[in-house]
Design a protein around this ligand. Structure first.
Ligand code: SF4
Length: 457
């Protein structure tokens, strides 16, 4: 298994919550959804289509007539986890259809599990449905099996991921996603907006915009007449007009990102940017073949904060990348000191089968990687603690994620679900429900979380 903590791995998605209502005799399909939020969106689309065709979704292996396993192939550890999940589904159910990123390597799957019924690759929705039809014929009842307005959502109803593009045109050496998911294909803005409108009509209060490279949205369109970056700015503005919180993930620090930040200052889009910097030393970034490797990232950050002082910045980093010297790592620590990011995750570098970085010279020994990771996280934690302490006494708008007898678990605008921190309300939370948005005065902070009291506005 990976030595990276699970909550910091981009290949892990929020846990799925499945609708499980079934009428007598209705064909039932199970789904195991592994992987990142992008894979979760694929699972939601497949299940939505299946529901529309009259299938019910089974919450367990025993109740399903076949099981779809949506796999992840991001890291070797994720591939092993996917093979384990396929093996478990075969043992427990016996009729298994494999899809997702690892489906791009069918021989790898059938070599380990020759009894799977079918293997399809990422976003091959039609092929997955064909395989399901072959395994379990549909039996729709047109009066009963109406597609819910919002489709099937695996995330809680008050927030939803919104995928705006597939694939990626970059070739970062540690990443095999372009090999698995192909080149960038942006969804038409009209289709994205229509999906977003339906989600908001169905009660979604927060839209989480995702893709491999969100700032590249629309740059693959042939008939484009706009300057680079204007497509994502226009889409973000239109999404912001729908009245829900809009949060942008996986935004690379290109110069035109400055045009997105005024939308945050205006309140149209949440003042939150998830920017995967990965490193700060120019030589390491060049060895990674990162997009925007030559950008002066500290200048960019200063520019964004000048436009929108409340902006929260989240990022992920790789420590111990092949050839990373102590001096390069120290540059990263110094950069972090200056950048004062709000939320930070870090991986220890791992080889991934098929990645070009495997062949780079001077791999960093595991114990050095672990030691650098600990130093990095210590600094990141101290920065986070100081930033959260500074929020004590302030008023924050929060969204409620869940309520139980002990209190309400909420998030501020600076916190994305699953990956960032929480704000807890321990008193006076009666009557609150998931999706409620309210104002809270912060009265306590830890390294990653806040506590607060409701205030009337
Ligand atoms: S930008 Fe780089 S890391 Fe991100 S998906 Fe594309 S190739 Fe992979």
């Amino acid at each position: 298994m990976s030595q990276n903590p699970p909550d910091l791995r981009p290949d892990l998605a929020p846990r799925a919550t499945l609708p499980t209502d079934a009428r007598p005799g209705q064909p039932r399909i199970g789904m195991v959804s592994l992987g990142c939020p992008k894979a979760l969106v694929d699972s939601e689309r497949i299940l939505t289509r299946l529901r529309a065709e009259g299938y019910a979704i089974s919450p367990d292996y025993q109740g399903a007539e076949a099981v779809i396993v949506n796999t992840c192939g991001f890291l070797d550890s994720a591939k092993a986890e996917s093979l384990d999940a396929i093996g478990e589904a075969l043992r427990e159910n016996g009729r298994v259809i494999v899809t997702g990123c690892l489906g791009a390597e069918p021989d790898y799957i059938t070599g380990a599990h020759p009894k799977v019924l079918a293997v399809t690759g990422p976003h091959q929705y039609e092929q997955v449905l064909d395989a399901v039809h072959a395994a379990v014929p549909p039996s729709p009842d047109p009066f009963v099996d109406l597609l819910p307005a919002s489709g099937v959502s695996l995330t809680p109803r008050h927030f939803s991921y919104l995928k705006i593009a597939e694939g990626c045109n970059h070739k970062c050496k540690f990443c095999i996603i372009p090999d698995m998911r192909g080149k960038l294909v942006s969804r038409p803005a009209r289709a994205v907006l229509r999906e977003a409108e339906k989600l908001v009509e169905a009660g979604v209060k927060e839209l989480l915009v995702i893709s491999q490279d969100t700032s590249a949205y629309g740059t693959d369109w042939k008939d484009r007449s706009k300057q680079a970056g204007q497509e994502i700015v226009e889409l973000a503005r239109d999404l912001g007009g729908l009245g829900a919180w809009v949060r942008l993930h996986y935004v690379y620090p290109y110069p035109f990102v400055r045009d997105l930040v005024p939308l945050m200052a205006e309140g149209l889009v949440l003042p939150y940017l998830d920017v995967p910097f990965q490193h700060a030393h120019p030589d390491t970034l060049r060895r990674m073949a990162r997009p925007a490797a030559a950008e002066k990232t500290l200048d960019r950050i200063a520019e964004w904060r000048a436009i929108c002082p409340e902006i929260a910045l989240r990022s992920t980093f790789i420590v111990g990348y092949p050839g990373e010297t102590e001096a390069e790592f120290q540059t990263l620590l110094d950069w972090l000191d200056e950048a004062q990011l709000d939320r930070v995750g870090a991986f220890q570098y791992e080889n991934v089968a098929g990645a070009r970085s495997n062949a780079l010279p001077d791999h960093v020994p595991d114990e050095v990687k672990a030691e650098r990771h600990a130093r990095f996280m210590e600094k990141a934690q101290a920065i986070s603690a100081a930033k959260l302490e500074a929020k004590v006494g302030t008023r924050q708008q929060v969204i409620v994620d869940s309520v139980d007898p002990d209190g309400a678990t909420c998030r501020t605008k600076a916190d994305a679900p699953e990956i960032d921190g929480n704000l807890f309300i321990d008193e006076g939370f009666e009557g609150l429900a998931p999706g409620d948005i309210l104002t809270v005065e912060v009265d306590e902070a830890s390294e990653y979380d806040l506590w607060g009291q409701r205030v009337e506005t």
